[in-house]
Design a protein around this ligand. Structure first.
Ligand SMILES: [Zn+2]
Length: 291
């Protein structure tokens, strides 16, 4: 069924009365010629992908297949770990990274001495062991996952069942409120994979409905660091310079192209200070006693 009614808010907005509609080209090279309809719920400001597509077909050609633990991922995972540690995550704590892809963040955490960490991803055979979901963890993270799910409310509820009482649930996802549909080339629209891009207000509201406390919301992407070229603004600019396809980020880096482009060179060095601010990192705490 096409998505023509918001599945997030209590008085759902509809496509017919939408406050914004755009035709968005896929930003994967293989599907670049295909366009999808993205519309904004006039009530909660979340974004929805209208067309009902065969996602199995699109994921069979997804661009993260060759991802490696390299300079970029190490620098960005370092930033991610620091954010978790500022919320109290330490070596004694257990962590589940849900939707972990090939599990590189878990590998990184183990390298840093975090022994009780696990990754789960139903779409990656090596990471799809359901026994990892038969216990609870001090911290459950889901980076860039909820927006891929057909039912974000159910997704949050499911993740919460893996969090110990008093533990943390950390959701990293694009923020619909800061995405401008007048700019349909925006990387974060990522069609047709991003099914529902939540607004910050609805993500916080859904968490509170589940009895969660909102500890902190950061509007800076975890990939934003001061390391050269490891910042979101540079990566997005690099993508735009390569025809707007995300595949470019997984292909051998074109260092020469960066060095000869004043714009790319500038953002490689100073991009940290010009963040796109199209994402949010929300730290929820599960109550000690279920409400
Ligand atoms: Zn809505």
């Amino acid at each position: 069924m096409p998505c023509t009614e918001c599945n997030l808010c209590e008085t759902p907005g509809t496509l017919a009365e939408s406050s914004g509609i755009a035709r968005v080209s896929s930003n994967l090279r293989k599907f670049r010629q295909e366009q999808f309809t993205v519309w904004r719920c006039s009530n909660c400001q979340s974004l929805h992908s209208k067309e009902d597509v065969d996602l199995g077909y699109y994921y069979a050609h997804y661009y993260l297949g060759n991802h490696q633990l390299d300079y970029f991922s190490r620098c960005s995972y370092r930033s991610r770990l620091q954010k978790l540690m500022r919320q109290g995550f330490c070596l004694e704590h257990s962590l589940l990274d849900y939707g972990c892809g090939p599990g590189l963040f878990v590998t990184y955490l183990r390298e840093k001495g975090h022994a009780d960490v696990a990754g789960y991803d139903p779409y990656v055979p090596d990471m799809a062991d359901p026994r990892r979901l038969e216990r609870q963890y001090d911290v459950v993270t889901a980076f860039d996952v909820i927006e891929h799910d057909a039912d974000p409310q159910q997704f949050l509820q499911r993740l919460l069942s893996f969090v110990k009482p008093g533990g943390l649930l950390v959701i990293g996802t694009p923020n619909a409120e800061t995405i401008d549909l007048q700019k349909p080339q925006t990387v974060e629209l990522h069609q047709p994979y991003h099914r529902h891009i939540l607004s910050q207000r609805i993500l916080e509201a859904l968490g509170r409905q589940l009895g969660l406390e909102v500890l902190e919301v950061q509007n800076r992407y975890y990939m934003d660091t001061l390391f050269p070229a490891v910042n979101t603004r540079f990566i997005w600019e690099y993508v735009y310079a390569h025809g707007g396809v995300l595949d470019a980020t997984m292909e051998p880096a074109q260092v020469g192209r960066v060095l000869t482009s004043p714009r790319l060179l500038f953002f490689a060095v100073a991009g940290y200070f010009f963040p796109p601010r199209q994402s949010m990192l929300v730290f929820f705490r599960k109550p000690m006693v279920s409400q």
